[in-house]
Design a protein around this ligand. Sequence first.
Ligand SMILES: Cc1cc2nc3c(=O)[nH]c(=O)nc-3n(C[C@H](O)[C@H](O)[C@H](O)COP(=O)(O)O)c2cc1C
Length: 427
Amino acid sequence: MNALLRQTQIYLGGVSGRRPRVPIDALRLEEEARRRLRPDAYACIAAGAGDERTLVANRVAFDRWRIVPRMLRDVERRNTTIELFGRRLDSPFLLAPIGVLELAHPQADAAVARAARSTRMPMIFSNQSSRPMEELAGMLDDVSHWFQLYWSKSDELVESLVARAEACRCEAIVVTLDTTVLGWRPRDLERAYLPFLRGKGIAQYTSDPVFRRIISEPAPGPPPEQQPKPRLQALATLISLTRAYPGGFVETLRSGRGRAAVQRFIDLYSRPSLRWDDLPFLRERTDLPIVLKGVLHPDDALRAVDAGVDGIVVSNHGGRQVDGSIATLEALPGVVEAVDGRIPVLLDSGVRGGADAFKALALGARAVLLGRPYVYGLAIAGSLGVREVIQNIRADFELTMALAGCRSVDEIGPEALVPGGPLPASS
Ligand SMILES: Cc1cc2nc3c(=O)[nH]c(=O)nc-3n(C[C@H](O)[C@H](O)[C@H](O)COP(=O)(O)O)c2cc1C
């Protein structure tokens, strides 16, 4: 749907007394989602590391640049498509990999996949998703989808996940580099809430043949019958764990497999010892494009190119890992310069509207990832909510591009921006 159609659809709805169900403004979108979500779920999605200065910095960095629109350039026909790894995509947006979406909606990733399919929006499956990649890929059909990998301590598990992604016709493997350990997130710590411990967001593991074999092997520690009897609250947690693990409920509970799955997931999920030397292991095992997510330093970007990877996502994980980290838009020009056009550079963290995407593209990004806003749409109205958020941000981008005097994404360059002065206090 092009931008004018989207605008017209909304305004015509108003004539018959209908207002959009999902807020269009990014702050109101978050506020509405906050009202609907359980407090611990909202905190977990919104949380940043430490004092959440990086969350703020990501937004402020966009405000530091101003667009200088150009006039009389015939923007009646507009082309928002881009090319990425041999595929033409309708717009320069992809859905960021976001784990534990069952916190936002019971249909979780399945609702997102439905929205991605109906809008033809590329989706990156999270390693921590609430649904197995096979189910999601089946729903997406020919709509572009990628798989995001957390590099496990088990090589065999890494191989298995990558092979499954290939079998699911994923078009790239995104290796997230910035979460080899979990950041210090006060909002989650104060609630003592970690969804994985409750069996949420581990569907890629419990559906994996290698992981299932690993948990069937005797685990270190006392056997289930010698473990302390759970108290009432812990029992509720165990029940939710067993739901995450396929098989009979009582049988899974009795055998302790749900708990074992979570314990083994915690042991294995990431490899803090990961080094640049490990990348050839992955390169040798897949012909799919490899994209490194979380690069912020130009020297790391250079190493990525030298390592033969195919793309980079400039990301600070939405401010969830290092409090006080450089904002992604600040990091982008240095990374783009280092890469010098050899591989595509994408950006995420803080993209909330069409103008943000325009600025990122003007500074050299090929595309941007949309993160929390689609989760908020999911929380408000399920699949329909995700669809609305996607349609709105794309329309906003297309109109910004046209009004800035660009007919196509190729025409968006650094000359469209100037550094801005301090912003006036908002009224
Ligand atoms: C609740 C939540 C879960 C996330 N899970 C993952 C994940 O499983 N894998 C990953 O690479 N990034 C994950 N991310 C980071 C996103 O991919 C993306 O980098 C981030 O959301 C961008 O910031 P923004 O949402 O503020 O735009 C997660 C982010 C949030 C908010």
